[in-house]
Write a protein that binds this ligand. Structure first.
Ligand SMILES: NC(=O)c1ccc[n+]([C@@H]2O[C@H](COP(=O)([O-])OP(=O)(O)OC[C@H]3O[C@@H](n4cnc5c(N)ncnc54)[C@H](OP(=O)(O)O)[C@@H]3O)[C@@H](O)[C@H]2O)c1
Length: 293
């Protein structure tokens, strides 16, 4: 397919690489153009403006947050004004439920297709084409996007025809990951303070009752105290829990645990952890216990 890709950060650059590898005709745009060079070397075309990435069958956005998506889509020369009738915007960033709803309405008014397709998986999974993609939107639109999803992910999960549902499912998943990380962090601090080897403790966890990928990936990072370089930066994690709480407030759902993990991520950032991975809640639990971070 002829596809534009906007946002070449940790995730976007890897995902655009998967599209190239699968043989799609990819035009890339990034606010900081130098980040596109590796993809140009691999055969991507460079768009100097957002509009130039909107000339194909579809355009994918993989941007940091609501503000970035709003400016790229609704701004002057943005996606909404530039995408042809019948062409599709695939929104893969982790954004709010409210913005997803606004995007769906705006694209429908403009006669364009819209699919929400946020993902599970960190940059290493993105580079290997191993993401889990939660796709929602008009079934014909989602079906058209399938070859792109197949290139970027190991599995696409159909969340139905209401795009914002995929965004809520994604946010709920990140809330669960953050909760598991907080629990792992406290358990690791307890073990370390008692003088027990955290690496052996981690091996025990993942080979007995806690065998899932979240325990494996984040337990490993916390046991090794490996918070730099960030695969998923703490401010993005904080953003996701904030958006979960906003969705919960709109639906009148109390989520006391989400409030707690949001505070923990705020504390990581407030104490200079802006550049750390969000698993640095592990460092927080350790230093609270009087251990070295
Ligand atoms: N990293 C993960 O493990 C992971 C996993 C699943 C989902 N996600 C989600 O995927 C999205 C991207 O994450 P990431 O880790 O790739 O983030 P990242 O490395 O920080 O990249 C952010 C991207 O957004 C662009 N951007 C930021 N503000 C912008 C603005 N105002 N206007 C235009 N472009 C702007 C950046 O451009 P510049 O290069 O110019 O800064 C960059 O291309 C986020 O929504 C995140 O929550 C991340």
């Amino acid at each position: 397919m002829k596809v534009g890709f906007i946002g070449l950060g940790h995730m976007g650059a890897a995902m655009a690489g998967s599209l190239l590898q699968a043989g799609h005709d990819v035009t890339v745009y990034n606010r900081t153009p130098s980040r596109a060079q590796g993809l140009i070397d691999r055969g991507a075309r460079l768009a100097n403006r957002v509009a130039d990435a909107c000339r194909g069958d579809a355009v994918i956005t993989m941007l940091a947050d609501d503000g970035a998506v709003e400016s790229v889509v609704f701004g002057d020369g943005g996606v909404l004004k530039s995408l042809g009738k019948g062409a599709i915007h695939i929104s893969m960033s982790t954004i709010s439920v409210a913005l997803s709803e606004r995007l769906a309405a705006a694209h429908a008014d403009a006669g364009q297709g819209f699919a929400a397709a946020p993902v599970f998986g960190r940059p290493d999974a993105a580079a290997a084409g191993n993401l889990y993609i939660m796709a929602a939107g008009d079934p014909d639109v989602v079906a058209t996007c399938k070859p792109l999803f197949d290139a970027m992910g190991q599995k696409t999960i159909d969340i139905g025809d209401v795009p914002r549902a995929a965004n809520l499912v994604k946010l709920s998943g990140n809330f669960l990951i953050a909760s598991v990380m907080e629990a792992l962090s406290e358990a690791m601090a307890l073990i370390r303070k008692a003088g027990i080897d955290p690496h052996r403790y981690y091996d025990l966890l993942i080979s007995t009752l806690f065998t899932g990928p979240v325990f494996k990936n984040y337990g490993g990072l916390i046991a090794r105290q490996e918070y730099k370089p960030a695969g998923f930066a703490a401010p993005l994690g904080e953003k996701d829990i904030r958006l979960t709480l906003a969705a919960a407030e709109a639906l009148r759902v109390p989520m006391p645990l989400a409030s707690l993990v949001h505070d923990r991520l705020q504390t990581v950032i407030a104490r200079g952890g802006e550049e750390l991975d969000w698993s640095a809640v592990g460092r927080l639990a350790a230093t609270d216990a009087g251990l070295s971070g």
